[in-house]
Design a binder for this molecule. Structure first.
Ligand code: PMP
Length: 353
């Protein structure tokens, strides 16, 4: 069979890589270390037996959107849901980016922002963060005035660096950016404030969130955004009909009933994060502040790649960012259970000694 050419602009594009190898301790993809409560599993099993499998699911996912909206004090018409926040971002970019349009990111940040934007055919302009990976307003002014982006991304807490943008940073970006501002809050529950409070009908702002982290539901692939009604209506036109299957709609609707349990998981992960940061700071590594469920660090006197391999040899898998632009020698560890974090800390102590 003859291969037919892919689009010219896609031929140079690389896929998204996150190696999954079999290890004892997996701390590389920022998932929750424990599953959802047993009562959730039981309720889900009971609801699953009532699904009308011969029928399409509720196309508007009304129950789910209403339940998520209630979490944020808004109605279902301000909530857009999709298969993971990646699909949320893809739908935003299909609607507001695409050929002839420009998307701005501030690097290093979540790789998929630029990646999905390029797949839609948009031009991606990469601004630089400051040396401590915070947003540099002079750089924002430069990028925005030069490129007039149709879509600008912030990621708060930022993956993979962990920092949280303050309300004043988000407000300044809103004032400066001529187009839509997307704040990716995949790790938002770990931060002390949310840009959702800035969302209203007059502001070109959307805030995306996911069930993959704090809700312990990465397997379900469910994400959403909070935005102005008019904008959510535009996204509804673009996304495929019936994109959200019945099981996922039920799973998400049930999950939010376990808000207290989710908040409890967040509290224990934050306590673990502080313990891991303190322990790492006693080693020969530079540690970046984190408002998320992961920590970025850089060995001072060893190559990041060698440390990553040393951990893997001890059956501990973390994320190797050492070859990524602007992140030379950096490694990112997801906060796990206390036992997993102990395994990681003793392995890295051994590797560095
Ligand atoms: N945004 C950020 C910043 C992320 O780190 C991730 C997951 N790695 C996502 C979005 C995508 O999450 P999901 O598609 O699982 O909702």
């Amino acid at each position: 069979m003859t291969r037919v050419p892919v689009r010219d602009d896609l031929s140079a594009l690389e896929g998204y890589h996150s190696p999954q190898v079999t290890v004892d301790v997996r701390l590389n993809t920022n998932e929750a270390p424990v599953g959802p409560p047993a009562a959730f599993r039981e309720a889900l099993a009971a609801e699953m037996s009532r699904i009308e499998w011969n029928r399409y699911p509720d196309r508007a996912a009304t129950a789910l959107r209403t339940a998520i909206g209630a979490l944020h004090g808004v109605g279902p018409e301000q909530i857009f849901v999709a298969n993971g926040s990646n699909e949320v971002l893809q739908t935003v970019l299909l609607t507001f980016a695409g050929p002839g349009r420009t998307v701005a990111t501030f690097e290093p940040t979540y790789q998929l922002h630029g990646h999905i934007a390029r797949i839609t055919g948009a031009t991606v302009v990469e601004g630089e963060r400051a040396a401590d990976f915070s947003i540099d307003m002079d750089e924002v002014r430069r990028v925005v005035s030069r490129s007039r982006p149709d879509v600008t991304f912030l990621c708060s807490p930022n993956n993979p660096t962990g920092g949280v943008d303050s309300p004043s940073v988000v407000r300044e970006l809103l004032a400066l950016s001529p187009g839509l501002l997307v704040v990716d809050e995949a790790y938002g529950q770990f931060a002390d404030w949310s840009a959702v409070e800035l969302v209203d009908e007059e502001t070109p702002l959307v805030v995306s969130r996911t069930f993959s982290k704090t809700w312990s539901m990465a397997a379900a692939r469910l994400g959403y955004l909070v935005g102005p009604r008019w904008l959510v209506a535009e996204l509804d036109k673009v996304v495929l009909p019936y994109h959200l299957d019945a099981t996922k709609q039920i799973a998400g609707t049930l999950a939010v009933r376990f808000l207290d349990e989710m908040n409890e998981r967040v509290r224990s992960i934050v306590a673990e994060r502080e313990r891991v940061i303190t322990a790492l700071r006693s080693l020969d590594v530079d540690v970046f502040d984190s408002g998320a469920n992961f920590v970025l660090f850089r060995p001072r006197n060893a190559s990041g790649r060698a440390v990553w391999q040393g951990l893997l040899d001890r059956s501990v898998l973390i994320r190797d960012c050492s070859g990524w632009p602007r992140l030379a020698d950096c490694l990112r560890v997801t906060i796990g259970t206390p036992a997993e974090d102990d395994r990681f800390l003793s392995a890295i102590t051994e590797v560095l000694s």
